[in-house]
Design a protein around this ligand. Structure first.
Ligand code: GSH
Length: 431
């Protein structure tokens, strides 16, 4: 920001900060209000920064204001220092000692209660803790609404006509509050519950000392997302270590550690995986992708059989006509649907050798592969009005399909015909 440097001295001013930090924001607003020219130094890795360690060895935190070679630490302390050092621009703290004490009181309250509650929501271990932190934050807002009415006395800011100490202290919290609103869906500053704060926030954002330094909310949201992911995702080194340990476990006891299956309830391909895992008594976490936020509730990737439903109807009618003409279905029919089924019937008779499944007494590889299309086939039957598996043409497959559906490794995961039909209807309507 261009400056009229009204300091007592002309020593250079530097600020060590980081763009997402609300505490750094406070100091930048104060410097802008006083029109102080300063060099802003972005510290990307506060924890490992030599300058931060050097200038703030006690807390190892930013912001740090370096005036000449004197470091000033702690955001509120820096704001007071800026106010006392540069007389250019409007005063930030009131001149009356009682009013000054009131302003300081509220900024301490904001740090000790409001910021702590925001943090409390972010780090809550369970729903109860989260609710308690949200409730606490709601109380903070109600109290600050009252304070705003008292301090502003009908003017635009806590500080009166212009931005003051409480405005800076609380205004720096607006970014984190907005991020929290996005994450929780809860509105902390609301036109009905906190009308004073609601309009004050608009004025604060629009102020010329604030606007150029206020971080973009979308950027803050993305930053918070990455930060939470980093906190919950183990480092690459830890992950590699755990993979190595799992390999050791595998050679020791044959188990291969945690198993997760990502699928959609309607996917015949996910169904294959679930049946196989069940047959092998593998414990696993099933993650339903269709119900995840940001995903389509009607997945199309895994359900190409539905995408081509109309084409299949045409194919099916052609097959039926072919079947009528030939009366003697056989291998030559491969390549069309009915021909496939007839070929499968033959294969089933051969491989089951009188057992209930293609694999013999129990479900095997071919059963799993073919069984996955039993659901989609029933949809085509309903839509086309044609029986694909009929006791006349494919008697072995008709009974096999019934046994397959009823098998304990299939039943819990196979959607009902009605569910499939409903899904297909929605899918076709959406096309
Ligand atoms: N009370 C301090 C808080 C400063 C603070 O928490 N700074 C954070 C950035 S938002 C920081 O430097 N964190 C690095 C760390 O704690 O390791 C102030 O008001 O200046």
């Amino acid at each position: 920001m261009g400056s009229i440097n009204g300091s007592k001295n002309d020593e250079c001013v530097r600020l060590l900060g980081a763009w997402p930090s609300p505490f750094v924001l406070r100091t930048r607003i104060a410097l802008n209000l006083k029109r102080v020219a300063y060099e802003y130094l972005e510290e990307e890795d506060t924890l490992n920064s030599e300058s931060v360690l050097n200038y703030n060895p006690v807390h190892k935190q930013i912001p740090i204001l370096i005036h000449g070679n004197k470091p000033i630490r702690e955001s509120l302390n820096i704001v007071m220092y800026v106010d006392e050092t540069w007389l250019s621009g409007p005063p930030i703290l009131p001149s009356d000692p009682f009013d000054r004490a009131v302003a300081r009181f509220w900024d301490v309250y904001i740090d000790e209660h409001c910021f702590t509650s925001i943090n409390g929501v972010a780090v809550a271990k369970d729903e109860d803790e989260r609710k308690a932190a949200i409730a606490k934050l709601g109380q903070c807002m109600a109290l600050l609404e009252e304070t705003f009415q008292e301090c502003s006395k009908g003017r635009g800011f806590f500080g009166g006509e212009n931005i003051g100490f409480i405005d800076i202290g609380f205004g720096s919290m607006l970014g984190p509050l907005k991020v929290l609103e996005k994450f929780t869906g809860f509105k902390f500053i609301h036109p009905k519950n906190t009308p004073g704060l609601f309009h004050w926030a608009d004025r604060f954002y629009a102020h010329e000392a604030v606007k150029p330094v206020m971080p973009d909310i979308e950027k803050l949201v993305e930053f918070a997302r990455l930060k939470t992911r980093k906190q919950t995702t183990p480092s690459l080194e830890t992950q590699l270590k755990s993979i190595r340990n799992k390999k050791t476990e595998m050679t020791q006891n044959g188990s291969n550690g945690t198993v997760k299956l990502l699928g959609t309830w309607s996917s015949p391909f996910a169904l294959r995986g679930r049946i196989a895992l069940h047959l092998k008594s593998v414990e696993y976490e099933y993650i339903e992708e269709a119900t995840k936020p940001g995903r389509q509730s009607l997945p199309s990737r895994h359900c190409s059989f539905l995408g081509s439903l109309r084409r299949r109807k045409v194919l099916l009618n052609r097959s039926m006509r072919w079947l009528e003409r030939k009366k003697t279905p056989g291998g030559a029919a491969a390549g069309n649907l009915m021909g496939c089924l007839v070929a499968l019937e033959e294969a089933f008779q051969k491989s089951s050798k009188g057992g209930g499944f293609c694999g013999g007494e129990n479900i095997g590889f071919v059963d799993i592969v073919c069984g996955a299309i039993v659901g989609p086939f029933s949809v085509i039957e309903v839509f086309s009005g044609v029986k694909l598996l009929s006791p006349d043409v494919t008697p072995g497959l008709v009974q096999w399909a019934e046994r397959f559906r009823a098998h304990e490794a299939v039943k819990p995961y196979m959607p009902s015909v009605a569910e499939f039909v409903e899904f297909a209807k929605q899918k076709l309507n959406a096309q």
